[in-house]
Ligand binder design. Structure first.
Ligand SMILES: C[S@@+](CC[C@H](N)C(=O)[O-])C[C@H]1O[C@@H](n2cnc3c(N)ncnc32)[C@H](O)[C@@H]1O
Length: 409
């Protein structure tokens, strides 16, 4: 049996090497090679010459941080935050914002090609990662924060539970920054901080298991003409420009028409259900499925004027098997699953339902790529894409993908 690692030289944590940084990979690092090892390097840019310090040696790959930049990329900038590199929140502070978006675009294309097999579909498609309005410097946009209170108060380190005693986070909106944190009751291990569209802030102390230690406040959020009152720990899009951008994207890509039937899976407080409800009108219907009872309750209040939206407090898999299977085939399905993606069992079930259009909202390109690959093998094709830089300074990117059943359209 050939041994892929037989030519490797020993490598240990703390070792330093000079390497030429290769392409960007998912997760915000670039790929480099040294001593027969593939090394994921944090803090470098493609084509830079850097001295790296090994931080982890795994069975297959090693990880490293940049110890010194020898030849810098023209896209390198001075980091605005003193904690960059230590705190786990940001990966791209050393990269100019337009170049951050290009790196995210590259990761998205790579994921849709390598995991999704969608190279042909992408030919000629606009894959630009768009800036969201309101924060041209990429700072002070986070309206949801989780501050750790664990020995020190601060934010978690990269790939660690250790707390870095960050005294100010440049991504947080000012009202949620460290200085604004109230002292929580005994037993507080985290504080969930959230700010609504009207600028009101709420702070919820949480215990070691993430349970609230005090009553949760509610926040006002707005998107389009509609208003929500969201529980402070309930889900809402973190970047203030993203909620309306997503509503617009699912309508532009999915083209829901008056009188049609659509499903909104993983519907949260009904942000995307609201856009679908307006598009299909009272002659159509929307089935919204969300596991969190709080999310469903928040949706019920916000969408009380659109009784053609039916809210289902259920796990998507269970709902598809029990209820969805018995419903007529919808014209389209919007799905916005958590970071891990819908997964192969769900996408197989959706392909079986067989709507003409699926609009997949994703915050993890690799999970999206995997699920697109499965849908392509069930006869769907990637027909549109809209990507947003909803998480500046980090490697994260939000993408909306339109999949159409071959022969429909
Ligand atoms: C990324 S959020 C999207 C929410 C909404 N579309 C929005 O834009 O505000 C994902 C949602 O899926 C819900 N969720 C996670 N796993 C689920 C499951 N197995 N079944 C139903 N909902 C689930 C979460 O509670 C969360 O509200």
């Amino acid at each position: 049996m050939p041994r892929p690692d037989r030519d490797r030289l020993p490598l240990a944590v703390g070792d330093e090497r000079i390497v030429t940084a290769g392409p960007i990979a998912h997760g915000g690092h670039v790929v480099a090679h040294t001593d027969g090892w593939t090394v994921f390097v944090r803090g470098a840019l493609p084509e830079e010459s850097v001295r790296i310090r090994i931080s982890e040696v795994g069975a297959k790959v090693a990880r490293a941080d940049v110890a010194q930049v020898i030849v810098a990329s023209p896209d390198r900038v001075a980091v605005p935050c003193a904690w960059a590199g230590t705190c786990g929140g940001c990966d791209f502070q050393h990269v100019a914002l337009p170049a951050q978006r290009q790196l995210k675009q590259q990761v998205l294309i790579d994921a849709l090609t390598r995991f999704g097999g969608a190279e042909q579909d992408l030919d000629g498609m606009d894959t630009t990662v768009h800036e969201l309005p309101g924060h041209p410097d990429g700072l002070r946009w986070r309206t949801r924060m989780r501050w750790a209170v664990d020995g020190a108060t601060g934010l978690r380190a990269h790939r660690s539970h250790a707390v870095v005693a960050v005294d100010s986070c440049l991504l947080a909106v000012p009202r949620l920054d460290r200085a604004a944190l109230p002292v929580g009751p005994v037993g507080t291990r985290e504080v969930a901080a959230a700010q609504g569209s009207d600028g009101t802030a709420a702070f919820v102390p949480l215990d070691g298991k993430g349970r609230p230690l005090a009553p949760e406040g509610r926040l006002v959020e707005r998107a389009g003409a509609r208003r929500w009152r969201i529980s402070a720990t309930g889900f809402w899009q973190v970047h203030p420009g993203l909620a309306e951008a997503l509503q617009q994207a699912i309508v532009d890509l999915g083209r829901p028409q008056p009188g049609q039937s659509w499903w909104d899976l993983y519907s949260g407080a009904g942000l995307l259900s609201a856009a679908l409800a307006d598009a299909v009108g009272s002659g159509g219907n929307v089935e919204a499925v969300e596991a969190s009872a709080t999310g469903v309750r928040d949706a019920r209040r916000a969408l009380h004027d659109a009784p053609w939206v039916r809210l289902h407090a259920a796990d998507v898999a269970a709902w598809l098997a029990a209820t969805g299977a018995a419903l007529p085939r919808p014209s389209g399905i919007v799905l916005d699953p958590p970071r891990a993606g819908a997964g192969l069992a769900i996408v197989d079930a959706l392909a079986k339902v067989g709507p003409d259009r699926l609009v997949y909202v994703a915050c993890d390109p690799v999970a999206l790529g995997r699920d697109v690959g499965r849908l392509r093998s069930s006869g769907y094709r990637l027909r549109g894409l809209r990507a947003f830089d909803a998480f500046p300074m980090t490697h994260h990117v939000e993408a909306v993908a339109l999949l159409e059943r071959a022969g429909s359209g």
